[in-house]
Write a protein that binds this ligand. Structure first.
Ligand code: PEP
Ligand code: MN
Length: 357
C-alpha cells in the first residue's frame, strides 16, 4: 500500500462516488453567482465545489479574482449545499485566508507547480493543517517538475495529495488550449502508482464542446476523478468563458460517463486478454530482434562512410526512407504521424551509432 491517500479516503472526505467530481466556476465572481452555482452543481450530485479567488491571468487588467472578499462566500455556498470547497493558492497569504475562512481543500495552479520556491513555501504553510492538496501539472510537459512538487507536499506531511492533469502549453495553433500529452500523466502514475489522478478537461480543451470527450477519454484511461469548470451563465463568465459549461450540461455529461475498473473483470475476458497479450509479446520480441539487426546493418554502413569520407547525415536517403514508410503506413491504415515519430527516433539512434568512435 502506498503512503498516499487512496481514492477511498476521498470518498470519506466528500462522500462522492466514482468518478470523483470537483466542479464549480473558474472564478468566484459574486456571492449570488457562487450560491447559484453551488446549488445547481450540488443538484447534479457533485460534493466538492471549486471556485478561484486569486486568478493567475496572463495580462494585467483582466479580472484577477475577488481575492479575500470572495473567500467567505465560497465557504458559505459550500456549507449551504452540504459541499466541501476548494480554491487555488499561490502563496502563503492565500493559505492563511483559506484556513481562516474554512475552505476545505486547495489546488496548486500550473504556473505555481513549476516554481519550486513557491511550492516549498506553500507546503510549509500547509504543514499540520491536514488540508487536501490537488497539484496541477506544470505548464511544461516535465514529469520531474510535477513529481517534485508532489514530493514537497508529501515531505511536509500532507497525506491527501492528488495530481490534476490540465494539459501542457504548446506553441502555435492547436485544437486544444493545452495539449493533453497523455503520456505524461501515464508516466506520473507509473512513478507514483497509488496517487489519485484527476483530469481537468476544461483547461485542456479551452472549449466547452470538447470537454465531454476529454473527460470520457480520461475516465476510460483510468483517471480517478475530474475537475470541471461549471458556471450558471458561462457566456458572461469573467474568466475562461469559452470553456465553462452549465450545470445542466454537467448533469447530462455525468449521466453519460462510463467508468471502468482498473483490475476486476470476469474470468472469460481476462483469459481472452491474456491470450492476445501473448501475441503482443511475440511481436515485441520480433521488433526488438529486427531493430538489433537494423542497427548492425547501420553500423556497417557507418564504417564504409568513415572509410570513404562520407558524411553521416544523408538527407536524400533519409527523405526516401521516410516517404516510403509513410506510404506503407497509409496503405495499412496506420497513422502517418505515428510512423514518422517512430522512424525519426530510429533514424536518430542510427545516426548516434554512426557518430560513435
Ligand atoms: C484554474 O483552475 O482556474 C486554473 C487557473 O488552472 P490552471 O492552473 O490549470 O491554469
Ligand atoms: Mn479557469
Amino acid at each position: 500500500m502506498s503512503d498516499f491517500c487512496q481514492i477511498e479516503d476521498w470518498r470519506l472526505f466528500a462522500g462522492s462516488g466514482r468518478p470523483f467530481i470537483i466542479a464549480g466556476p473558474c472564478s468566484v465572481e459574486s456571492r449570488e453567482q457562487i450560491m447559484a452555482a453551488a446549488e445547481s452543481i450540488s443538484n447534479a450530485g457533485v460534493k466538492v465545489l471549486r471556485g478561484g479567488l486569486w486568478k493567475p491571468r496572463t495580462h494585467p487588467g483582466s479580472f484577477e479574482g475577488l481575492g479575500e472578499t470572495g473567500a467567505p462566500w465560497l465557504s458559505e455556498a459550500g456549507a449551504a449545499n452540504g459541499m466541501k470547497t476548494a480554491t487555488e493558492v499561490a502563496n502563503t497569504r492565500h493559505v492563511e485566508t483559506v484556513l481562516r475562512c474554512g475552505i476545505d481543500a486547495v489546488w496548486i495552479g500550473a504556473r505555481t507547480t513549476g516554481n519550486p520556491f513557491l511550492v516549498q513555501e506553500i507546503a510549509d504553510a500547509l504543514k499540520g493543517t491536514g488540508l487536501p492538496v490537488f497539484v496541477k501539472n506544470p505548464l511544461v510537459p516535465d514529469p520531474e517538475l510535477w513529481t517534485g512538487a508532489i514530493e514537497r507536499f508529501l515531505g511536509c506531511g500532507c497525506r491527501c495529495v492528488c495530481a490534476v492533469h490540465r494539459g501542457f502549453h504548446s506553441y502555435g495553433e492547436s485544437t486544444y488550449r493545452n495539449a493533453p500529452f497523455w503520456q505524461i500523466p501515464v508516466e506520473l502514475r507509473r512513478r507514483l502508482p497509488g496517487l489519485p489522478l484527476f483530469c481537468d478537461p476544461s483547461h485542456i480543451t479551452g472549449r466547452r464542446d470538447l470537454v465531454e470527450d476529454i473527460a470520457r477519454q480520461a475516465l476510460i484511461l483510468g483517471f480517478d476523478g475530474l475537475m470541471i469548470e461549471v458556471h450558471p451563465d458561462p457566456d458572461n463568465a469573467l474568466s475562461d468563458a469559452a470553456q465553462q459549461i452549465t450545470p445542466g450540461t454537467l448533469a447530462t455529461m455525468l449521466s453519460r460517463q462510463k467508468t471502468r475498473s482498473a483490475s476486476t473483470i470476469d474470468a472469460g475476458a481476462s483469459a481472452a486478454i491474456d491470450d492476445l497479450r501473448t501475441g503482443i509479446d511475440r511481436i515485441d520480441a520480433a521488433l526488438v530482434d529486427l531493430l538489433a539487426e537494423r542497427m548492425s546493418i547501420s553500423e556497417s554502413i557507418g564504417r564504409i562512410k568513415e572509410r570513404s569520407g562520407l558524411t553521416v547525415l544523408q538527407t536524400g536517403r533519409w527523405n526516401t526512407v521516410l516517404e516510403r514508410v509513410r506510404a506503407m503506413a497509409k496503405e495499412k491504415d496506420l497513422d502517418e504521424d505515428f510512423i514518422t515519430e517512430i522512424f525519426t527516433t530510429i533514424h536518430r539512434a542510427s545516426m548516434e551509432r554512426q557518430l560513435k568512435k
